[in-house]
Ligand binder design. Structure first.
Ligand code: BG6
Length: 518
């Protein structure tokens, strides 16, 4: 049955589930997890026998927690404010369990509460342990769960972990080892929320559910690929975390590498989770290693200074709360990489991401090669451009194919035009939030959209020379781009002659003027 078909299932077809959230009084629970679970309940996609147990250190009762979560739902649910009657149906499913994450008594009490609920229901429940805590707890909670016997049931116990999965290759391996000591790999769900986005999942559908593009999806027809994840926001209230991470760890190691895998992977034989994940990890294994000495030629970093974004003055990164005044952390990263296999040999993949850029846009751009022979008269092909396919992930969700067409008139003149697909226009159904998709998949025990240990480690492995080189050589020119610009000039230097960073495509309006974006 397809994913949509599964989503239509009524609640009584889903197994009883207890959703335990460590960090249940925290921001992620309030902003993302509970609004997503609430929205699933509105879509009748939660089991009838369902409970959320929020575990946290602070003293709080069920009523106070529910009040707080109601506020989060009102702000973040895609259904808007929750009417009292609707919320009152959902709220009794939420329970609070106070406790220190590093005390065995917390886990004993938690186990007791789970058993009590199961007795009330007269049914064994799937128990999902979600770590919505600071990363320092990621290595601790699994151990305590293991010792308390809560990880033992391979079929019914699952653990969910968010990025950052480690800080580098070594720490990622260590964390994976801690997880593996208590849980089987099949019980571990590592979230990269990009994989829950409709448009990211659609990359697979577009490539492998249509016979049109796959035959030309290779070095013979594709000149180069760019992957851009541009944000207008700065570090917001997360300076403390971000200043120890930077763009490479925060965005490239996970979101951009995941996009790369989906664009470059070989066709899967079936829709089995491990089949797809095998194909993705093959891409990372084929990524040409960067020698540390070659890093300056393959990677560019930047940090924003004061400027303007979205018509407002923006402070420089070093002035943001929680950021060191002499911080060397990058808020922009651009990379060039090659995938050494038959399909992609010598096709450059350019990746870039940054904060405080002029426009929010996550896009994959496939630039096709020029026609092998130009048979039109020179005056016909003024302004001629090779075809380009843009998979736009956000904010606009859709696909644009740019190609040449004859301009109306007696003369033969060619002009670039666009063919557009836009989710909003084509489908009446709204896209669920990425967390809805991912939480629902955890409940269904479907790991397709989650990162496997070897994939996380392969992504770190590829990035380590860049991380290492950037760590030992302090940047001398930070801040090197103003807020509201497209990053440091040096990012142009990564591009081969004739290549350019594309301007984010305006799917809804007229085609953006072509050319370099910075
Ligand atoms: C998170 C990063 O993983 O993704 C943030 O930590 C970033 O720094 C965010 O802003 C972007 O996600 P989205 O869904 O808003 O594109």
């Amino acid at each position: 049955m397809d994913r949509e078909g599964q989503r239509m299932k009524t609640t009584d077809q889903l197994d009883p589930t207890i959703f335990v959230i460590f960090g249940g009084a925290g921001d992620l629970t309030w902003r993302k997890l509970v609004p997503a679970l609430f929205d699933l309940s509105q879509d009748r996609s939660l089991p009838e026998k369902f409970a959320i147990i929020a575990v946290d250190r602070i003293k709080l009762g069920d009523a106070a927690l529910r009040h707080r979560l109601h506020d989060g739902v009102n702000q973040f649910s895609r259904f808007g404010k929750a009417k009292a009657a609707v919320w009152n149906q959902f709220a009794p499913h939420v329970h609070y369990q106070p406790g220190d994450f590093k005390k065995p008594s917390t886990y004993a009490a938690l186990g007791g509460l789970c058993t009590k609920l199961e007795k009330q229901w007269g049914a064994k429940a799937h128990r999902i342990f979600y770590m919505a805590t600071p990363p320092s707890m990621f290595g601790e909670i699994p151990k305590y769960l293991g010792r308390a016997g809560l990880a033992r049931d391979r079929e019914f116990a699952r653990i969910v972990i968010e990025k950052p999965i480690g800080y580098d290759l070594e720490s990622a391996r260590a964390l994976n080892a801690v997880l593996a000591a208590s849980f089987e790999e099949s019980q571990i769900f590592r979230i990269d929320h990009y994989l829950g986005k409709e448009t990211v999942q659609n990359i697979l559908a577009f490539r492998f559910a249509n016979p049109l593009f796959e035959p030309i999806w290779n070095r013979r027809y594709i000149d180069y690929v760019t992957i851009t994840v541009a944000e207008t926001v700065g570090v917001e209230h997360r300076g403390g975390y971000y200043d120890h991470a930077g763009a490479l760890r925060d965005m490239v190691q996970n979101h951009l590498m995941q996009l790369l895998c989906l664009v470059a992977m070989e066709p899967m034989v079936s829709f089995e989770a491990d089949e797809i994940r095998n194909k993705k990890v093959d891409v990372l294994h084929a990524a040409r290693p960067i020698h540390r000495d070659a890093v300056p030629k393959c990677a560019v970093r930047g940090q924003y200074g004061a400027g303007n974004t979205s018509g407002k003055k923006a402070p420089g990164y070093r002035e943001e709360p929680g950021v060191a005044p002499d911080s060397a952390t990058e808020t922009f990263a651009a990379l060039k990489l090659f995938i050494d296999n038959w399909r992609w040999q010598d096709v450059p993949f350019y990746l870039r991401t940054g904060k405080r850029l002029p426009q929010q846009a996550s896009e994959v751009s496939i630039q096709f090669r020029a026609v092998p022979h130009q048979s039109f008269p020179p005056e016909a092909s003024l302004g001629w451009q090779p075809s380009r396919l843009v998979l736009s992930i956000q904010p606009v969700e859709g696909i644009v194919l740019g190609f040449q067409a004859k301009y109306p008139g007696a003369k033969m003149q060619l002009r670039p035009v666009d063919m557009r697909f836009n989710y909003r226009d084509s489908f009446a159904a709204p896209s669920p939030d990425a967390y809805e998709t991912l939480l629902w998949d955890v409940m269904k025990n479907d790991a397709t959209l989650f990162m496997r240990a070897d994939q996380v480690e392969a992504a770190w492995q590829w990035l380590m020379p860049v991380l290492g080189a950037w760590q030992i050589t302090a940047p001398s020119d930070f801040p090197n781009y103003a807020a509201g610009t497209w990053g440091p000039e040096e990012a142009q230097g990564l591009l081969a002659e004739g290549h350019s960073w594309p301007r984010p495509t305006e799917l809804t309006g007229a085609r953006a003027k072509k050319g370099k974006s910075s």
